[in-house]
Design a protein around this ligand. Structure first.
Ligand code: GTP
Ligand code: MG
Length: 460
């Protein structure tokens, strides 16, 4: 019996053509040998690594056949986890899968925690933490761009870039420590030269942070809210962007009361778009709750689409929203521009909201949506997205660590500029390295690891 061998279903629960059960650990091969009978009668121990065998899973107690399966073996250390791994492809019915899992448990395996296979891969040095996190990001990717970035991270492109910065820091630290430990041999640190190196590092880290902010949007989606007084056409826009009738549209003001959230793939940028209740003073209890939620989502949004109705004059309800808007993250949409008689022009809006971005659209006729996506891209990415820049960080955890690294590098830099003794400056460099090491997992704590892997699915 071993605590050390884990088992999980690697495919979604329910009926499917195939169910995959995965075992990893010291006893994986022994467990497989006790429950698998190959058609060719080859012994499990003699099966070549990375090859499949057809056979039956049998109940080891009475030899009753449970299912006909394909079994593959990947011996450690050249396996996903770095340990011996066995995968059983059985028929994808819940009964069969469950029965096979039960048999592995009776033979000494234990159920895997979420992400435990990947955690073992990390602990066994098969992946660094950035690569491990990329695994879940590939599974969760909402757009092709997000998937591409994650795949590049898994292949280690981001890790390579991080290693480069790490080497720069290690070099400075080594020189400083040598001059502290062996002052006679090494002599004083060349501060002007160190300052140049630190400046270069600081620029590299800053650039990574800036790109990482875009990366996070590509991974998690841009929190976008459509806001405006009742009946301007907010739900119609949501439907137009989704190309389906998701939200109820009527000519009755106050139609939408609850928050409706959907994900739209806008040429590679995932928009997490929220349609809200039209904002107005109302005595209706339910509507008022919706209005309050709309105001809250306005505060949390990365991007605000403020909608006006071009067929009516600007009302007090429109004006009540103006004070909540910020130029940096708002696009004004002048809707219903398909109608001949208009009461608001772009100039009228500019009088109210100087230097705001304004677009004429028709949610009903689906006009102006291309211009909208162009403006969104410009706002978020400062123009076209460069696909080759895929070795970027995408996680808040990475950004936090980069920001802490940058602060320590800046502290070290100002220490060097003020000619502070090297034994003090070296502390900042060491802290910078520690923070930086959290990204790839070189200096990460058990708590952080648990949090990261708890995000994973069982069986991954
Ligand atoms: N002509 C024209 N009518 C539109 C357009 N967009 C929306 N409408 C109409 O305006 C009315 C209100 O549309 P909704 O999408 O329900 O408006 P809303 O802003 O979601 O309204 P609430 O949910 O009540 O806040 C409906 O009758 C729509 O058909 C447009 O671009 N052109
Ligand atoms: Mg609505």
């Amino acid at each position: 019996m071993s605590e050390n061998t884990i088992v999980a279903i690697a495919t979604p629960i329910g009926e499917g053509s195939i169910g995959i059960i995965r075992l990893s650990g010291e006893e994986a091969l022994d467990i497989a040998a006790s429950m698998f009978v190959a058609k060719s009668e080859v012994k499990v121990q003699d099966i070549r690594s990375f090859s499949f065998r057809l056979g039956n899973v049998v109940n080891p107690i009475n030899q009753v056949i449970i299912d006909e399966v394909l079994m593959s073996i990947m011996r450690g250390p050249k396996s996903y986890t770095g340990e011996d791994v066995v995968e059983i492809n059985c028929h994808g019915g819940p009964q069969v899968v469950e029965k096979i899992i039960q048999i592995t448990l009776s033979l000494g395996a234990r159920l895997a925690e979420p992400g435990e296979f990947t955690k073992r891969a990390f602990l066994n040095g098969r992946l660094d933490l950035v690569q491990a996190e990329a695994v879940i990001d590939i599974i969760r990717a909402k757009t092709e761009t997000a998937a591409n970035i994650a795949i590049n991270q898994l292949h280690g492109r981001l890790s390579l870039r991080l290693q480069d910065i790490k080497h720069n820091l290690v070099e400075i630290m080594a020189q400083m420590e040598a001059s502290i430990d062996f002052p006679e041999d090494v002599g004083d640190i060349d501060y002007p030269k160190t300052r140049d190196s630190l400046n270069k590092i600081s620029k590299k880290v800053s650039k990574m942070i800036n790109k990482g902010k875009q990366g996070r949007v590509l991974k998690d989606g841009l929190k976008t809210v459509i806001i405006g007084r009742p009946n301007v056409g907010k739900s119609s826009l949501l439907n137009a962007l989704l190309e389906e009738d998701r939200a109820i549209v009527t000519d009755v003001p106050g139609t939408t009361r609850d928050i409706i959230e959907e994900i739209i793939n806008l040429e590679g940028i995932p928009l997490k778009i929220v349609d809200t209740a039209g904002i107005r003073e109302t005595s209706d209890k339910v509507e008022r709750i919706g209005v309050n939620i709309a105001k809250e989502s306005l505060v949390k949004a990365d991007l605000v689409l403020f909608m006006l109705d071009a067929t009516c004059k600007i009302t007090d309800d429109d004006r009540a929203i103006l004070g909540h808007l910020k130029k940096e993250n708002t696009i004004v949409l002048l809707n219903k521009s398909d109608v001949d008689i208009k009461h608001i022009s772009k100039d009228d809006v500019l009088d109210l909201l100087p230097r705001y971005k304004i677009i004429d659209i028709s949610a009903k006729e689906m006009w102006g949506l291309d211009e909208l996506s162009q403006v969104i891209k410009e706002m978020v990415f400062g123009g076209a997205m460069k696909n080759h820049e895929s070795d970027i960080v995408t996680r808040t955890r990475h950004l936090d660590a980069l920001e802490r690294t940058l602060n320590y590098v800046k502290d070290a830099l100002s220490g060097v500029e003020q000619n502070i003794p090297v034994d003090l400056v070296v502390i900042d460099i060491r802290n910078a390295l520690d923070s930086f090491g959290e990204i790839t997992g070189e200096t990460v704590t058990e708590d952080i690891l648990d949090t990261i892997f708890s995000e994973f699915c069982i069986g991954k």
